[in-house]
Design a protein around this ligand. Structure first.
Ligand SMILES: Cc1cc2nc3c(=O)[nH]c(=O)nc-3n(C[C@H](O)[C@H](O)[C@H](O)COP(=O)(O)OP(=O)(O)OC[C@H]3O[C@@H](n4cnc5c(N)ncnc54)[C@H](O)[C@@H]3O)c2cc1C
Length: 283
């Protein structure tokens, strides 16, 4: 049973901000509720007031000026069925296919996933690799936060209390892929890796984004492997070397999903596979 709490349904973004200010630091936003409500039942979270944002107009997916703009309230299932997302950012469809089960995907939101900042969250790694921008509104107005600055630690983000994530904007036009190992269908990742590549006509990697989930990467990014790849040829040997570098620099924890040595191995293998798949899509 959760602790007692008050409930308010916001009618607009402005109304949500007013309610958050009115109820103060002990209030929390609820979107799909698939992370927050279990935490409340376990009393790991005990907000005094829940501000329900499900009625807000933040569920569109649009392509504007070479950026896919995804509303914070887009459900996992809607992202998975979006042909715009599938065509322009296949990394998101790869990830969504293996996020949880239909029940969670029908309710959980993209914004809620990012704000939860669970170190195993698949979309956090994908948007970090994409170098997406997150749009937040708060009492001081609107601001844009690079995805790589948004995640400040496990379950911690750059959002201030009273701010709302409203949209995620990701650049299109790059080759991308997401691969994940899970113990059973619909489970959280044992480990996952994703790659976003720009490859020139003469086969040189001009831009690389590599994300890792559940593998202890700082802010979900394998920065050293990205640096290694940029400026060199897009070859199988270099993808394997980038995988080794990603494995060396991540810091996974041992848990019921496996020991450190296994997860480090996964980091290397999955990074190489994600790069290979992204490069094949570029071709
Ligand atoms: C059984 C199960 C299996 C799962 N498996 C996976 C998996 O395999 N991979 C994976 O990545 N995830 C998985 N998840 C997690 C799930 O995808 C997301 O955590 C969940 O969808 C979060 O979104 P939500 O809308 O439910 O957020 P909520 O639970 O409503 O909120 C989560 C947090 O974000 C805050 N928040 C929500 N929206 C906003 C906003 N717009 N602005 C500011 N703050 C906000 C809330 O206050 C809260 O702190 C699983 C969840 C369950 C229950």
């Amino acid at each position: 049973m959760p602790a007692p709490f008050q409930y308010q349904k916001a009618a607009s973004v402005e109304h949500a901000l007013t309610l958050l200010a009115q109820y103060g630091t002990e209030s929390m936003v609820v979107a799909g509720g698939h992370s927050l409500l279990p935490m409340m039942k376990l009393r790991l979270a005990h907000p005094e007031a829940l501000i329900d944002i499900n009625g807000l107009d933040l569920a569109d997916i649009r392509l504007v000026d070479s950026r896919l703009r995804i509303g914070a309230l887009v459900r996992h299932a809607a992202l998975l069925s979006s042909s715009l997302a599938g065509t322009h950012l296949p990394i998101l469809h790869d990830a969504e296919r293996v996020i949880a089960d239909p029940i969670v995907r029908n309710r959980g939101t993209v914004g809620g996933s990012l704000c939860q900042a669970d170190p195993s969250e698949d979309l956090s790694a994908a948007f970090a690799a994409l170098r997406a921008s997150l749009i937040a509104v708060g009492p001081a107005g609107k601001r844009t936060i690079p995805a790589r600055d948004f995640f400040t630690g496990p379950y911690e983000t750059a959002l201030d209390h009273g701010e709302l994530l409203t949209e995620i904007q990701a650049p299109v036009g790059k080759a991308s892929a997401y691969v994940k190992v899970e113990r059973r269908a619909g489970d959280w990742a044992v480990g996952a890796a994703c790659a976003v590549l720009t490859i020139s006509a003469d086969g040189i990697v001009t831009d690389a984004g590599i994300g890792l989930a559940a593998l202890g990467a700082t802010r979900f990014v394998a920065a050293e492997a990205e640096d290694f790849l940029c400026g060199g040829p897009a070859t199988e040997e270099r993808f394997a070397e980038a995988g080794k570098i990603a494995a060396e620099h991540c810091n996974p924890s041992a848990d019921q999903r496996g020991p450190v040595v296994y997860k480090r191995h996964l980091a290397g293998e999955l990074t190489t596979r994600a790069l290979r798949l992204a490069a094949s899509r570029a071709a």
